[in-house]
Ligand binder design. Structure first.
Ligand SMILES: [Ca+2]
Length: 333
């Protein structure tokens, strides 16, 4: 009996010995998984609802590692409070939130009721946070800008050399050949994120940092009723939050169909083929337009996107994610 057991052990050892090299070989031949892209998201979340939909896409995507949020424009402390609540609800309270420069804003903070139900606390300064993170990760950080550019202009003023060590800035902003009215004959318009702080926008365009621009030309992507219903009945902590934010936005702005402007730059970071870019030289004129001019390219601009492809990608991400907050978080809110 003992000799049979010994024979079995020897046999298993032999099998393991012969399996080991092939498993090692498989491990060696697997394509390496690229490291997640380090991103900071500068957002005016709470006014239009597309920022929340954009943040949702980032949460649902392993290709990005969010190393922080900076709140931008208007009531930035309340935006930080809103981000805290959203992070808690989705189990992402590990992500730092920093508060940007408070400005006057004529835009309604449509989701303020949801934001105010969050918990007030002190946050670090956004400009300092951004520059500190760039110093710690030179050449590695993608700044996703989905708000007026005030924090970015201030960061350039404070330390242009450090700012230049960003890997790139991916911006929702501008209007090159098309505007808010998407008919080709209507032409471009001054765009909100640019005209709200023209001085800051000019500083960014002159900064020398690689800029990937997602203007109105490629970001007017409506989220129609059928897809909204799919999202709003998915019953995940993220989609539940988006449902309430959508309802507050819809009631405040008297609108039904949101446009996913800000989700496009986030999608671009994850799947650049969704928004192919063209090199252009862009400047901001005195009438607040982003104009093409002759000169060495200072941006890569996405002038056209495929709405159906984008929405297919977006919905597949949002419908398969399952991030959930902790019990402590559920008690807090
Ligand atoms: Ca925004």
């Amino acid at each position: 009996m003992a000799s049979k057991r010994l024979a079995l052990v020897v046999c298993i050892s032999c099998v393991c010995f012969w399996l080991l090299p092939s498993e090692t070989l498989i491990a060696q031949t697997k394509p390496p998984v690229p490291a997640p892209e380090k991103v900071i998201i500068d957002t005016d979340i709470g006014d239009d609802v597309d920022d929340a939909f954009a943040v949702g896409l980032a949460f649902a995507s392993n290709e990005v590692k969010i190393i922080g949020f900076t709140s931008a424009w208007g009531d930035t402390p309340l935006r930080s409070q809103m981000l805290d609540r959203l992070l808690c609800a989705t189990g992402r309270s590990d992500i730092p939130v920093a508060t940007g420069i408070i400005t006057e804003s004529k835009t309604s903070f449509s989701q303020s009721a949801w934001a105010k139900a969050g918990i007030e606390r002190q946050h670090p300064d956004a400009v300092t946070f951004l520059l500190d993170q760039v110093k710690k990760n030179p050449g590695q950080i993608t700044l996703v800008s989905i708000a007026p550019l005030t924090n970015i202009g201030a960061a350039i003023d404070q330390d242009a050399q450090t700012f230049s060590k960003l890997k790139r800035v991916v911006v929702m902003g501008g209007s090159i050949r098309k505007g808010y009215d998407t008919r080709a004959s209507a032409g471009p318009d001054p765009q909100y994120n640019i005209y709200s702080d023209i001085s800051a926008a000019r500083k960014l365009f002159l900064s020398g940092v690689p800029i990937y621009l997602m203007p109105l030309d490629s970001t007017i992507i409506p989220l129609g009723e059928v897809m909204r219903e799919q999202l709003f009945t998915a019953s995940t902590p993220l989609t539940d939050a988006l449902t309430l934010l959508y309802q507050q936005w819809s009631q405040s702005y008297r609108l039904v169909t949101p446009t996913l402007f800000d989700a496009v730059p986030v999608a671009y970071v994850i799947r650049p083929e969704l928004c192919p870019t063209t090199p252009l030289f862009i400047s901001v004129d005195n009438k607040r337009y982003t104009r093409e001019a002759s000169g060495p390219a200072n941006v890569q601009a996405c002038l056209r996107s495929d709405t159906q492809q984008f929405l297919q990608f977006y919905m597949s991400r949002l419908l398969t994610q399952r991030p959930a907050g902790t019990e402590e978080c559920r008690r807090k809110y």
